[in-house]
Design a protein around this ligand. Sequence first.
Ligand code: ADP
Length: 151
Amino acid sequence: MSRIAIFPGSFDPFTKGHEDIVLRGLSLFDEIIIAVGYNSTKSQRYFPIELMVQKIKDTFKSYPQISVQTYAELTATFAKKNNATYLLRGLRNTTDFEYENSIAQINRNLNMELESVFLITSPKFAPINSSIIREVHRYKGDVSEYLPYTL
Ligand code: ADP
């Protein structure tokens, strides 16, 4: 059976830190679906979702085992519909851990077949944070070194 993982997030924007998690995930999974969510708590995106989907697709165009989708439902439900039994997430620090710990328990209760897998961020990408990138971009700062594509 092929091992399918989903890598869910807002990806507003998708960064080199996210790219690193996906590329490292390739040694664990046969297929990775990057799932760009319409997060109910972050209703106003900064980067349009269509733009981000296109940029992520361009980033991984030479990897047939990586696909990109948008979703607006429970991550656990989206995983089941796509036959994904692994949920891939990145951990940068203890703040991420606290959040991911509770969300992983809830996701598993919602879908018992879903196993969360965490990769510790590569040190050089640990400071990269989508909300800080949005702030820098908003005030015309250069964010290109944090992104795996050109805006
Ligand atoms: P969310 O909206 O769910 O917080 P994000 O788009 O911010 O999603 O991030 C998606 C996933 O990528 C999360 O698991 C997050 O911890 C991880 N992540 C975010 N930034 C980095 C980074 N710089 N390096 C590695 N993982 C990261």
